[in-house]
Ligand binder design. Structure first.
Ligand code: GDP
Ligand code: MG
Length: 282
């Protein structure tokens, strides 16, 4: 049977870029993807309207727009998407950032050869053979490589990126919500790497292109560098305690969201599924 694959696009104040990201969804990509969810994290610009307009103009691309009930951060949006993937019985979930720094076509070799079936997660890597970086300073790249090395030493496997914006996870591995207490901010992915090590998940890295042109990064570099180092140290000293600890500034019980819009084809697909089930019953 064909794998049911969800593409999750987190979006926050990226009205210009989100349309370009949705524009990447051509036939070569969509033949692998069952549904796309854009999760708007209460953007204060016109991100929501831009996605609604795209849905109206492209009724045949299965896109659903969700909006978080509060701003849960990037990590919190992942938690919403993972819960959605589990509830809707998807087999895999792909994450692609909504600010158009990556290119989903980089995942095509992984999808085409079904490489993802052999791993628990396939992570896009900006710092490996075959990767291409545009608009990144030498200093920033150097810093990233050093951190990758530190994580590699602690986890005793090669870590080629701590958190790019193009990743794919097996939904089965996410089912027990081991990530629930991980940070809701941009630090979420670092914890996911440590958890993959702790739970002995199989990771595969694949090369990606990554650009920074008109995007605004919200990473406060120095502050994040120090926090990540502290986190890695805590994990190194006491892995179990770290993985089970509360890493959020403000714990949230339920990450809730509302459906804002969906393309026509998604409604049609639901109708088709419903009639098929009815036929099976009679
Ligand atoms: N900064 C930030 N990004 C968010 C949030 N929710 C979703 N995102 C999305 O997460 C992605 C990464 O955020 P960004 O600030 O660009 O971080 P960077 O690319 O790692 O420097 C972007 O696609 C954002 O649109 C949020 O609350 N804060
Ligand atoms: Mg970004």
């Amino acid at each position: 049977m064909k794998d049911k694959i969800l593409l999750f696009i987190p979006a926050y104040n990226c009205e210009k870029q989100i349309v370009r990201v949705l524009g990447q969804l051509d036939e070569s990509v969509m033949k692998y993807i069952t549904e796309v969810v854009v999760i708007n994290n209460i953007s204060t610009d016109n991100t929501q309207q831009a996605v609604e307009r795209f849905i109206e103009r492209h009724p045949d691309i299965p896109v659903k727009l969700l909006c978080n009930d509060e701003n849960y951060g990037l990590g919190g949006s992942h938690k919403c998407a993972f819960a959605y993937a589990k509830k809707q019985k998807f087999d895999y979930v792909i994450v692609l950032h909504g600010d158009d720094q990556g290119d989903i076509h980089n995942l095509l070799p992984v999808l085409r050869k079904k490489i993802y079936q052999k791993y628990d997660c396939c992570l896009g890597a900006r710092f490996m053979n075959g990767s291409k970086l545009k608009g990144y300073s030498k200093f920033r790249s150097f810093g990233n490589v050093v951190y990758n090395l530190l994580f590699s030493m602690v986890t005793r496997q090669r870590v080629l990126d701590l958190g790019s914006g193009l990743n794919m996870y097996c939904v089965d591995r996410l089912k027990d919500e081991f990530y629930k207490k991980f940070p809701d901010n941009l630090m979420f992915n670092y914890c996911m790497i440590l958890a993959a090590d702790y739970y002995k998940h199989k990771i595969c890295f694949f090369p990606i292109t990554w650009r920074e042109d008109d995007q605004v990064s919200n990473v406060k570099m120095f502050h994040q560098a120090v926090t990540v180092l502290k986190m890695l140290f805590s994990y190194w000293i006491a892995p179990k305690e770290f993985i089970y600890s509360e890493c959020r500034e403000r714990p949230i019980d339920d990450y809730t969201f509302a459906v804002i819009a969906e393309s026509r084809i998604l409604g049609e697909m639901r109708y088709f599924e419903g009639t098929k089930q009815l036929q099976n019953l009679t």
